[in-house]
Design a protein. Structure first.
Length: 256
């Protein structure tokens, strides 16, 4: 049935193409009354065709929703792109966001402002270079606090099999209105203790990458409960930061 419908559609399409090709050839000598009628029909058809082409060009040029594709180091045994950068959120933004506000299931905002003038919003990536379907934009206006961070909770897959021999890599693409410092802090809760490793993001690069080497930690591999990353923004007042992508991957260190 579907094949028959597709065949009928193809025949109708070919007839339509021949009909309008013929009308284009006759337009120079066509009687004015007929020409007005043909122009009206052509304009209605042209509107629909233009809409289809515009929507198709837009959708086909964007990263595919749900895409989890990104480059990974050789030997990677776990990788992840948070859903905020993959899938549309039911509520795409927060304004005057209080501390501990959540955007999606994995990201939480923390600050100590008396009066919040911060907004978070998921946006659709449209650049040819973007692999992530979505990005995160943070706007900071007046800022009377002493700290600002967003916390990304890693899934259970990051905990399973995690050992001191692992390197954990975070890659991101950042756009900023003005220069500022951003730090990434890896937190691993193991028993009553929390291991922390801090790295400053090298923001002079187009694609920013930091690695956390667990070999130099005091991690108790048998008691790991939870892993999360803080992104800490220094002096964020009157700034806009767009995180076009955030991805994480894990691989064991090469043995010698």
């Amino acid at each position: 049935m579907q094949l028959r419908t597709a065949l009928v559609d193809l025949i109708v399409h070919r007839r339509g193409v021949r009909r309008w090709a013929k009308a284009a050839r006759r337009a120079v000598d066509m009687p004015l009354s007929e020409l007005r009628r043909e122009r009206s029909l052509a304009r209605k058809l042209l509107y629909s065709l233009t809409e289809v082409v515009a929507v198709a060009d837009n959708r086909l040029s964007l990263p595919m929703i749900g895409s989890n594709a990104f480059p990974k180091p050789h030997g990677t045994d776990w990788s992840w792109r948070p859903s905020l950068w993959c899938l549309p959120l039911p509520s795409p933004g927060l304004s005057s966001a209080p501390s501990k506000s959540k955007l999606g299931e994995e990201l939480t905002l923390f600050h100590d402002c008396m009066q919040s003038e911060l907004t978070l919003r998921q946006l659709r990536n449209t650049r040819e270079a973007d692999l992530a379907p979505y990005g995160l934009r943070m706007d900071v206006f007046a800022f009377d606090g002493s700290f600002l961070s967003v916390v990304l909770d890693l899934p259970q897959g990051a905990v399973n099999g995690l050992e001191k021999r692992h390197l954990l890599r975070m890659t991101t693409i950042v756009e900023m209105e003005k220069p500022l410092e951003i730090f990434a802090r890896l937190n691993i809760k193991h028993g009553p203790n929390t291991e922390q490793i801090v790295r400053e993001l090298p923001l002079h690069q187009d694609e920013i990458m930091v690695e956390f080497d667990l070999a130099y930690s005091n991690l108790n591999e048998k008691r790991i409960e939870r892993v999360w990353i803080d992104l800490i923004f220094e002096n964020p007042e009157m700034s806009q930061v767009v995180l076009r992508d955030v991805t994480l991957s894990r691989r064991p260190r090469a043995e010698f």
